[in-house]
Design a protein around this ligand. Sequence first.
Ligand code: GLV
Length: 308
Amino acid sequence: MAFLFKSSAERGTVWAGAFARLLPDMPFRTWPDVGDADDIRYLAAWTVTRDLLAGLPNLEVLFSVGAGVDQLDLSQVPPQVTVVRMVEPGLTDGMVQYATFATLALHREMLDYGQAQTDHRWAPRPLLPAGQRRVGVMGLGHLGTAVLAALRPFGFALRGWSRSGGDVEGVEIFAGSNALPAFLSGCDILICLLPLTNDTRGILCRNSFDLLPRGAGIINVGRGGHLVEQDLLDALDSGHLSGAVIDVLNTEPAAADHPFWSHPRILLTPHVASQTRDDSSAEVLIANIRRHQAGQALLGQVDRTRGY
Ligand code: GLV
């Protein structure tokens, strides 16, 4: 029985050290040095190819090294293989920091003040109390609920939406596509933390923007595929939306002439909202392997029929 690692060399060094300390009986192999492929029961990777999977006949678990699994073509992964997304404290911390920063940046109108500074304009604006700002999170998984918990002490009026709903203290919950219009109509700031699936692709589009109150802002920390980029430009340019903080794009890296780079109402960052932290993720992964060996459910286990 062996573990195969296919990710960055730096992460490989940290993870190999953690395996040597915490799971010394599990051989740690680094792709492409697979060794005897029949030994490989566990694989951790960002992407896989059909050929790689075809060469691992005894694979039992495929771990994504990131929070999402949309980059994996699940139709190529044999049905008996358990697929697991990364749920680890480093990723959660990063997302909580970024989403809090972006929410406060929109709430405190930092896009306007940034422009005013560029123009050398001293232009104070009235300060809206947080309780009068409605912040909505789409996606009530591990990250979405952590972001809502972090925003709560500021006093924002919080709401959350997902396919199946949930129960988050201090948050008004909306569940399912029928509830989406009611949810959106009360979001002054909308944060997208959904998984990318066939149901959520393009969900940040003109129809959704039209349902948001005039002057709303959006934050996309999900996937570029959630956003119809031209619809965002149109909604900003018409004044219906007031600003956007965008961390993910359909095509990354962005081309030099991508319109988001220079749009005055968009703060664009290069997919850095959150990253898997090498040390904390190694511990979570090893704990998950132990769970698997004990026949227990895994943290972050993907429901392959749902795609997340
Ligand atoms: C980053 O986007 C991740 O999925 O971890």
